[in-house]
Design a protein around this ligand. Structure first.
Ligand code: SAM
Length: 338
């Protein structure tokens, strides 16, 4: 019995661990450990205005999971804990953004039960944190295929604006405009742009992409980025909505370069779904889309849709295999055919 019991409830262990790692980041404790090194519970509680007794339990729990080390009444990050820092974005998006969604699955499986909620701000911030490693380098690589100068970026669904900041830092001549419908995500973008002193190069608008395009904005971009946004619009406005939206873009800017990043929906491919990253990320990622008014589609679907709109694929690339060898995240560089 006991061996089976331990095996069968491992998911409870990992559920709790994922949530606690998220809180380690979200409370600011992780950053304090990085900045201050070993600290007593009293110091940590004082610094972050936390309840000392509860914090004691939280830190001891993480010590038992080898995320923290306790020595001489002080806690610090273990080597495994330090490593987690690179993967903060995955915790912000999947736990901060979607833990509430996963808990609603039972009630939302019922007929006519509508959509589950999510924390859109955390989704945008977490997604950009992940994109730093996959979609932002992919976007940069696609940009290198654009002939001529490419200095006016429009990022639709920009989350916390990380693409805008990273591009402005990397390319000194770039001007950028970010559009984000989530008020929380937009506020985070304003903060990030100010923190980097880039207000003179980056403009921000809080709006859904379609409404923004219907407005009378005074900006002529030479490339538009849609990072994991078309499947949001597909869920919200259907295929008709996506077609209208893409047509609106190319009618207004016939020479525009459009960079689209999407995830190929391969939930039925057992071989791909057996990949380590598919098990730890893409399987839960696919799942949440069924419950949150988003429609993930296959690569074939997007190929066909773009072709039907006379959008020529100038380049199509995958994420660097050192980061993700599933080939499930795809980047397109599109331009309207002449
Ligand atoms: C998965 S996140 C992607 C964030 C960022 N573009 C990236 O590549 O990491 C999807 C973003 O699209 C935004 N979004 C949702 N519906 C949208 C719409 N109709 N128009 C523009 N953005 C939208 C969300 O608020 C969220 O910030």
């Amino acid at each position: 019995m006991e061996v089976q019991l331990i095996e069968s409830i491992q998911p409870i262990r990992y559920f709790t661990l994922a949530v606690c790692i998220y809180h380690l980041f979200d409370t600011g404790l992780f950053n304090v450990f990085v900045e201050d090194g070993p600290s007593s519970v009293h110091q940590l509680a004082n610094r972050l205005a936390l309840d000392e007794e509860k914090l004691q339990g939280f830190l001891k729990y993480l010590k038992n999971e080898h995320v923290l080390i306790e020595e001489n009444d002080e806690f610090q990050l273990s080597p495994k804990g330090i490593e987690l820092g690179d993967f903060r974005g995955w915790y912000i998006m999947m736990i901060g953004g979607y833990a509430e969604t996963f808990l609603q699955i039972g009630s939302k499986l019922k007929e006519n039960s509508g959509w589950a909620t999510r924390d859109s701000m955390k989704v945008g911030v977490g997604s950009c944190g992940i994109s730093h490693y996959d979609a932002i380098p992919l976007t940069q690589s696609l940009m290198s295929h654009i002939p001529g100068e490419c200095n006016r970026l429009l990022d639709l669904g920009c989350g916390n604006g990380l693409y805008l900041v990273e591009f402005c830092k990397h390319y000194p001549d770039i001007q950028a405009w970010g559009v984000e419908p989530s008020e929380g995500g937009y506020a985070e973008a304003v903060k990030l742009v100010e923190a980097h002193g880039l207000q003179n190069r980056i403009q921000l608008t809080c709006s859904p992409a379609i409404e923004f395009f219907q407005s009378d904005f005074d900006y002529k971009p030479d490339f538009i980025v849609l990072g994991f946004v078309l499947h949001e619009i597909l869920g919200q406005d259907g295929e008709e909505g996506v077609i209208r939206f893409l047509t609106q873009i190319t009618d207004r800017f016939p020479d525009i370069n459009i960079i689209v990043i999407e995830v190929d929906n391969q939930i039925d491919d057992l071989e791909i779904m057996n990949h380590g990253l598919a098990k730890s990320y893409y399987n839960p990622y696919y799942l949440l889309h069924y419950f949150t008014r988003q429609r993930l589609e296959t690569e074939k679907y997007w190929d066909k849709l773009f072709a039907s709109l006379n959008l020529t694929v100038q380049a199509k690339e995958r994420v660097n295999h050192h980061v993700d060898s599933t080939d499930l995240t795809i980047g397109y560089l599109l331009q309207r055919g002449k």
